[in-house]
Design a protein around this ligand. Sequence first.
Ligand code: NAD
Length: 458
Amino acid sequence: MSDPAALFHAQRALAPARRSGFGRAERLAALEALRRMVLDNRPAIVAALEADFGKHPVETLLSEILPVLQEIAHARRHLRRWMRPRRVWPGLTGLGASARIVPQPKGVALIIAPWNYPVTLALGPVVSALAAGCSVILKPSEMVPQTSALLASLIGQCFPPDLVAVVEGGPDVATALLALPFDHIFFTGSPEVGRIVMAAAARNLTSVTLELGGKSPVIVGGDADLAQAARWIAWGRFFNGGQTCVAPDHVFVEAGVAARFSAMIKDETARMWAEPGNLARVVNARHGARLRGLIGDAAAAGAAVSGGQSAGDTALAPTFLEGTTEGMEVSRQEIFGPVLPLIPFSDLDQVLARIGAGPKPLALYVFGGRALADRVVGQTASGSVGVNLTLLTFSHPNLPFGGIGNSGLGAAHGYEGFRAFSHERPVLTNRFLPMAMLFPPYTMGVRRLTDLLLRLVR
Ligand code: NAD
C-alpha cells in the first residue's frame, strides 16, 4: 500500500485505539525495533550516503547514526517520566479541584525530511513521534534517491504500514500528503517551502513544527582564542560539504585580528579537508552552479576569492571570500555549501544591528570572552547560540532545537520532540469546588463573595 490517502486512512482508523492501546511497553518496543534497524544496517546507510553525495563514512556515523541512537536512548530512558500525568497547583479559583496535565498522542503525524542529513532528520522526528504514541507517514527527500529508497525498504521491513510508513517522491507527492488532515506536520527544510507547508496545514488547522534554515552568523572577538575559533569554524562550515542548516554562514571578525584569523582558518581548513574524500560533494549540479554563481558574482563585484577549485559539477573545494558587501547575492541567500565570507569589523554595534535587521537566524556563534558572549546573547535573537563552538547546539539531548521566525517554529529533540507530537491535555476534576456559591441568582451574598475574591487575587 503506497497510496498516501489509503495509508493515511489506515493509520487514522487505528488512532482512537492507539490512544489507550499504544502504551509505554508498545512504544519502547517500537523504539527498540528502530534502534535495531539503524544498528544492523550501518553499512547500507553509509553506502547510500556515499552514493548520494560522497559523504565520508565517519561523518555518516557521527551525524546520521549517532544522533538517532542518542535520541532513541534518551527517549527510552525518560519515557516513563514524559508520559506521566503531571499534577499542578490549582490556584485560588481552582481550590477544591484536582488539576492534571495528561499527555496524549496527537494521532497521525506527517514528517517531511530534507536531503542534507537525510537519516537523522527523517528518523529523529520518527523517534519523537513514536515516543509520543503517534503513527507516522515519512516523506524523505527525492534529492537523495539511494537513502530515500533505503529508508523505505528498511521501514517497510521493520514496521507495519499502519504504524510507520514511508512515501517516496518530490514536491508533487508532498503536496498530495499535505492535503490530508494530519494531526501534526513536522517539516524540515527551507523557509520557502516552510511557508507552503504552513499554508497547507492552515487549511486543515493542523499543528506544525517547522525546522527551517537561513544565514547563521559567527562573531569572532578580538579576545577570542583564534586557534580554537579557526578549528571549530573550519570544521562547522565544511562538515557535510557545508550543507548543514546550522553551519556558520559568514564570519564577522574583529579588524585587529582579521588578517591573523584569515591565515589561521585557511591553514586549518587545508589541514582538515585537503585529503580526497573527506569533503562531501555538493548535492547536485544545480546547487553546484548556484554556488559557483555566488562566488563569480562576488568576485566580479570586487571580493577576493581563495580556494574554490572545482572538479566537475559537484566537487567544489573550500572557498573563502574577503571583501564581500551587503548588496552581493552571497550576503543575501543561505550559502549552504563550502563557501565562507570573512568580514572584518571595528564596531560591534554595527554587526549586531546588521544581524538584527535580517531574518532571525537558526544559529549564532560567538568566539571570545564572557563579556562579549553576554553582550551578543543579550542583544540578538536566534534559534540557538553556540559560544566557542559550532554545530553542537543541534545534538545536545537536553536542549530544545529549533528556530525562531524565518528559521522555524516549535522545537525538536528529547522532551521537546515528545511534546511536539503530544497534546498536553488538561483534566480538571471537581472535588469540593466552592464555585457553586457564585452561581445565580446574584444575591447580595454572591456580590460580597465576588468582591472578596477580587480583593484576594489583586
Ligand atoms: P527543501 O525545502 O527544498 O525540501 C525539504 C522537503 O520539502 C523535501 O522532502 C522536498 O521534497 C519537500 N518539498 C520541496 N518542495 C515542496 C513543495 N513545493 N511543497 C511541499 N514539499 C516540498 O529543503 P532541502 O533543500 O531539502 O534542505 C535545505 C534547507 O533545509 C536549508 O534551508 C536548510 O537550512 C534547511 N534545513 C533545516 C534544518 C533544521 O533542522 N532547522 C535541518 C536541515 C536543513
